[in-house]
Design a protein around this ligand. Structure first.
Ligand code: PCA
Length: 326
């Protein structure tokens, strides 16, 4: 009796030891591009905590925000090549390589959170197929608040934007700037304060969020709430790494991702006006664009959407048709 009991215990202990070895945590470093205190980065930490929880500790993600592990512009390649298993970046920054990924950078097509969500649903399958071609799997995406223009002077129309040095964050914004007679230079959000301080840039388009993160009131004076589009960040995982996970682990990670994506979009919407209040409180004039300027922006925007459709082809048309309910 005693012998049998001992044997059972011994068996259980070794079974436990075995399963402990089998579940030795996979450690994943997750580079993120934006400020540690930005909601996208904070949500990255929420995601990492959920993944640890739902996988019973089998996947242990460490978040590296602010381009500290890989710079914003290097994160996609790092994940594609497996230098990092997972990472986060601005999706439309990759539109130069894969124009479809500029789906969320079409001026005045989807200008509210609800519309942006609807557009994402229209684009999602095609975006995921494109990402698979790039050896990536998107786990969740999260919108920035609406995009408007920062300047260091009052701007009433394109007559005031000629020759202004403009910080762009992707090819579409560089095109937009050129159409307004500005001189674009692509700069990471992480380097924005320095670019403004040194005069490399004196205007840009972004949300109130990045203006707040980068304390741009130290250099600039005006923000125009154009609300031209709500671009998305996405958390991507290397496809081989993803395919190598068991179905159970994939489901656990995806559950964490789905919950985080929903929470992140809600946080973005909740903060959108708060950011404007912070810009105002720090002395910036935060207003709507003049009807004349807005009219010009819409005209340029329509042209950019046409160009996007021409570069993407049928898939782009299918996305916009689905979005418009055609
Ligand atoms: N902030 C990021 C991307 C969009 C946004 O609102 C940036 O300016 O780089």
């Amino acid at each position: 009796m005693i012998a049998k009991f001992t044997k059972t215990v011994a068996y259980s202990v070794s079974a436990l030891a075995l399963s402990a070895a089998a579940v030795a945590a996979e450690k994943w470093d997750m580079p993120m591009a934006y400020a540690a205190t930005n909601f996208h980065s904070e949500m990255g930490v929420v995601f990492a905590d959920k993944v640890r929880d739902y996988t019973g500790g089998e996947i242990d993600i460490t978040v590296h925000p602010g381009g500290s592990l890989f710079k914003g512009g290097e994160i996609k390649r790092a994940v594609q090549t497996g230098q990092a298993p997972i990472g986060e970046r601005f999706m439309s920054a990759h539109a130069n390589e894969a124009p479809l990924l500029g789906w969320d950078n079409l001026p005045f097509v989807a200008t509210s959170y609800a519309e942006n969500e609807k557009l994402w649903h229209a684009a999602k399958d095609k975006v995921n197929a494109q990402l698979a071609d790039l050896n990536l799997v998107a786990l969740y995406t999260c919108p920035w608040p609406g995009q408007g223009f920062y300047f260091k002077k009052e701007v009433g129309s394109s007559a005031d934007t000629k020759g202004v040095k403009f910080r762009s964050y992707n090819t579409a914004t560089a095109t937009f700037a050129e159409e307004l007679g500005m001189i674009p230079v692509q700069i990471e959000a992480a380097e924005l304060s320095q670019a403004l301080a040194t005069g490399v840039a004196e205007s840009f388009i972004s949300s109130g969020s990045t203006g707040y993160d980068r304390k741009v009131w130290e250099h600039l004076t005006h923000y125009y709430k154009v609300n031209a589009w709500l671009p998305r960040n996405y958390v991507m995982v290397n496809k081989q790494v993803w395919d190598g996970l068991s179905a159970e682990l994939q489901a656990s990670v995806q559950k964490a991702a789905d919950e985080t994506g929903t929470a992140c979009a809600a946080k973005s919407e909740e903060l959108a006006n708060w950011y404007f209040e912070q810009l105002s409180a720090n002395g910036m004039a935060v207003t709507d664009a003049s009807p004349e300027f807005l009219g010009e922006l819409k005209e340029i925007g329509a042209k950019m959407t046409e160009e996007w459709l021409a570069s993407v082809g049928d898939d782009g048309k299918a996305i916009l048709d689905a979005y418009n309910g055609n």
